[in-house]
Design a protein around this ligand. Structure first.
Ligand code: UDP
Ligand code: MG
Length: 314
């Protein structure tokens, strides 16, 4: 059997209303490029009937393959599972909610044909998203860029095309806390991008709660930078010096100036200030330690409930 030219990876969480349209638009775009393609749905424990719809599609089209998780493991894990089981010269990661237009795949593919290993889709505009989400995302990626030691693209999500070389390299990265856009940037290779307008979601609502978003944001920082740890240790150092100077001043004032410094306010303020800094620092260290803990346990990233991929059946 000839290898596929393109594989499409689609993480799915409660997207029953979007899947049929997505499938149709994908088919139109892909058949204009090649007939050797596969569409890989990863059902991330959807609570609606997404799984049934995917199953029906796969019955009518041998190019549709799927992995159904036993529960919700998260978007990054779903995409990682897709990357482990896709089989093609190049692979496109795309959201199921039609925020990423399938038609853009032909532009991504054209760039890939020019010799790029990673072609990501850069958001020119983001429609239908809250002001808070846009501003926090903007600030976050700018902060991340400052604290990591490699080039990370701004305003790009996971919608991108990667070559087989990149897929193989990603599959060798062992971390349990996935932050794929960072991992792909870390790899290097020849990277390029195309611009697009990110539309609003067609049906349903975002599967990214604030807690999921926070976790992803922290995974991005802790996975690629030690700067927060350096920052808290420096902060501790600076505050220690400052308080040491205060002690000297207090002694000097008491014995030489004969003026004892008194006061409840200064006491409480400094105690709560130090308390706050200590909790913050322990929290930062905790974020790193909890990730060490997860990685030491080394559990499987996800559990499969149903699939039509042969590799699982052995
Ligand atoms: N998704 C997933 N698991 C989750 C949350 C989301 O597989 O726990 C999928 C979702 O179906 C979509 C993609 O990941 O295809 C992006 O999610 P979403 O649109 O909810 O995120 P947003 O666009 O709001 O950042
Ligand atoms: Mg979305």
């Amino acid at each position: 059997m000839q290898d596929n030219e393109i594989s499409i990876i689609i993480p799915v969480y409660n997207e029953s209303n979007n899947i049929p349209v997505l499938y149709k638009r994908l088919k139109e775009t892909l058949s204009a490029i090649t007939e050797h393609y596969e569409i890989l749905f990863i059902n991330d424990g959807s609570k609606d009937n997404s799984m049934q719809i995917i199953h029906q599609l796969s019955e009518g089209d041998h190019r549709v393959i799927y992995i159904g998780f036993s529960r919700n493991f998260g978007h990054q894990v779903a995409v990682s599972a897709g990357l482990e089981h896709c089989n093609a010269n190049c692979t496109v990661i795309i959201d199921a909610d039609l925020q990423d237009p399938p038609e853009l795949i032909s532009e991504l593919y054209a760039k890939y044909k020019k010799g790029y290993d990673v072609v990501y889709a850069k958001r020119e505009k983001r429609e239908g998203e809250t002001f808070l989400k846009k501003i926090t995302a903007k600030l976050y990626y700018r902060l991340l860029k400052k604290i990591v030691s490699f080039e990370i693209p701004l305003d790009a999500g996971d919608f991108r095309l990667v070559s087989r070389k990149v897929v193989k390299a990603i599959n060798r990265m062992p971390e349990q806390n996935k932050f794929l856009r960072g991992q792909i940037a870390w790899l290097g290779f020849k990277q390029s991008y195309v611009m697009y307008n990110r539309e609003s979601r067609q049906h349903g609502k975002s599967g990214y709660s604030y807690s999921k978003m926070f976790r992803l944001a922290f995974d991005g920082i802790t996975g690629f930078s030690d700067k927060p740890l350096l920052f808290v240790s420096r902060l501790g150092f600076i505050i220690s010096i400052f308080s040491f100077l205060l002690i000297i001043f207090a002694i000097f004032s008491h014995f030489v100036l004969k003026q004892t410094i008194t006061g409840w306010t200064s006491l409480i303020i400094s105690a709560s200030f130090i308390g706050g800094i200590q909790l913050l620092s322990i929290g930062v260290i905790g974020e790193y330690i909890s990730r060490i803990n997860v990685n030491v346990k080394n559990r499987p990233l996800y559990i499969v409930d149903s699939t039509n991929i042969d590799a699982f059946k052995k």
